[in-house]
Design a protein around this ligand. Structure first.
Ligand SMILES: [Zn+2]
Length: 52
């Protein structure tokens, strides 16, 4: 059961904020990350959401 998060991500390629929806992942340090794809250029976007 994948958790999703939608909101603003910063795209390093566009150098702009993009609205996107992505999957929430938790890394080995317990930090929640949202992963999405830029709707404009297709670059992978990551956003740190904070500790779980
Ligand atoms: Zn982009």
């Amino acid at each position: 059961m994948a958790e999703t998060w939608s909101g603003e991500f910063y795209c390093v390629k566009c150098k702009e904020k993009r609205e996107a929806e992505g999957e929430v992942k938790v890394n080995d340090k317990g930090t929640r990350m949202a992963k999405a794809v830029c709707p404009h250029c297709g670059t992978n976007l990551n956003r740190i959401l904070g500790k779980a």
